[in-house]
Write a protein that binds this ligand. Structure first.
Ligand code: USQ
Length: 404
């Protein structure tokens, strides 16, 4: 297949591009390199040293003989160029990662909220409108998030995207299937909820073939393909905005920094290893919906864990101290979470669960590149409201925090 990986320079986009290229697909990365610019804005860098996208593609060619093409294009701002690109390359499938993906970054200031909505919603809508206009019958696979469901304890498993409900009508009860009600917990998660409505409309109105993957929190850094050469290494975020919880704990343990548990650490979340992410995308591609079919929604996660349990586990593994901090987010202190993921299991996913070997691998990578870490960038300083900002003012090492 000819596959466009939109956002193929990012944390999941890059290993996905390698995985699909390794399977023999013709891969085209379309990216505006915004994630690299955001690092510059924040004054942080990936824990791992990343080469330019062009150099990464050159090393891949040298290693495997396969070409990954790179196209510099801003999907949210360059609609006409996007249309021309689609008409010229006629992809069979598009994987859409091209969105600002950090909840704390999206809550930093009003400017960051506006940027996240502008970038994410426009990118998605531009892709949909351009597919209709060019008449290209490509399968669109979108990276959504488990966070669209929200994190209140419902006491029942979260289904894969749709909920069967019964409504009262004058002639009696009527069964209906609806999109599971969204309850986003950040502006970033809200954009993914909006994406769902855009998908529903374009599938129903224009027969676009769309799969939405509601992904959990990704952990790990390497996949089989990024391990092949030092210069194919994946990016690895540790800072308070882009680092995600389990990877942050592992990195913190590696550098002797107290593990930063927000609140009581009672938040239960869904997780998936990065190797399984790329496998899930392969599986989703192999099972495309037909025109006229409703949007196919998969829960792309393999297990759930409570944040404080993860902290205890990492502390035990790597000998670290755990600190319970004022929570910079507005979220439930404690929640239960049961999630269905039957569709990927039935397609053949054999989940990688939290294993000591893979956890230790992350700690090893963090130790190797520890000299690149700026400890002052570890605390999470983006507060969800102005009131919360007043409470979150010291880092776990007792230093006064300054928002960047
Ligand atoms: N947390 C801590 N300490 C930390 C960092 C986070 O206790 O140092 C807590 C947070 O308060 C939150 C939980 O861990 O309760 C998860 O935070 P996270 O930063 O790991 O994940 P989140 O902000 O939800 O976002 C990440 C990705 C996003 C993806 C989402 C999947 O950045 O792109 O969509 O995970 S999910 O969480 O399932 O919605």
């Amino acid at each position: 297949m000819r596959i466009a990986v939109l956002g193929g320079d990012g944390f999941v986009g890059w290993p996905t591009s390698l995985h699909l290229s390794n399977l023999g697909h013709e891969v085209h990365i379309v990216d505006n390199l915004s994630r690299r610019w955001i690092d510059t804005e924040l004054g942080v860098q990936s824990l791992t040293p990343m080469d330019s996208i062009q150099e990464r593609c050159r090393i891949w060619k040298q290693e495997t003989g396969n070409t990954i093409h790179f196209h510099l294009l801003n999907l949210a701002k360059e609609y006409e160029r996007l249309k021309q690109w689609l008409a010229e390359y006629q992809p069979d499938a598009l994987i859409h990662f091209a969105e600002q993906r950090a909840a704390p970054y999206s809550m930093k200031t009003d400017r960051h909220k506006v940027y996240t909505v502008d970038n994410n919603v426009n990118a998605t809508h531009n892709v949909l409108a351009a597919l209709v206009e060019t008449g290209i019958d490509a399968h669109l696979v979108h990276l959504g998030t488990m966070g669209v469901y929200g994190y209140s304890s419902v006491g029942a498993p979260i289904p894969e995207g749709y909920l069967d409900v019964e409504i009262d009508t004058p002639t009696g009860k009527k069964g209906m299937e609806i999109l599971y009600p969204t309850r986003p917990g950040s502006v970033y998660h809200m954009t993914k909820s909006l994406d769902q409505i855009l998908f529903q409309f374009y599938a129903q109105n224009d027969g676009l073939r769309i799969t939405d993957l509601h992904q959990g929190i990704v952990w790990g850094t390497h996949t089989d393909q990024t391990r092949r050469h030092e210069q194919l290494i994946n990016r690895f975020d540790y800072d308070g905005d882009y680092g995600t919880v389990l990877n942050r704990f592992l990195i913190q343990a590696a550098i002797g920094y107290p593990l930063t548990v927000h609140g009581t650490g009672g938040q239960t979340r869904a997780f998936i290893h990065i190797q399984d992410c790329v496998r899930c995308i392969e599986l989703a591609l192999s099972d495309a919906p037909k025109a006229g079919e409703r949007v196919r929604i998969f829960n792309q996660m393999t297990e759930t864990h409570r944040v404080r349990d993860l902290a205890r586990m990492v502390a035990g593994l790597a000998g670290a101290e755990v600190k319970f901090l004022p929570n910079p987010r507005k979220e439930a202190d404690e929640n239960e979470l049961i999630v269905k993921n039957d569709q990927f299991l039935s397609l053949g996913l054999n989940p990688i669960t939290l294993q000591e070997g893979l956890l230790s691998e992350v700690v090893e990578v963090a130790r190797k590149y520890a000299h690149r870490i700026d400890r002052s960038r570890v605390p999470a300083v983006s507060a969800w409201t102005k009131d919360i900002a007043k409470r979150v003012d010291h880092d776990p090492e007792g230093k006064k925090l300054k928002a960047v």
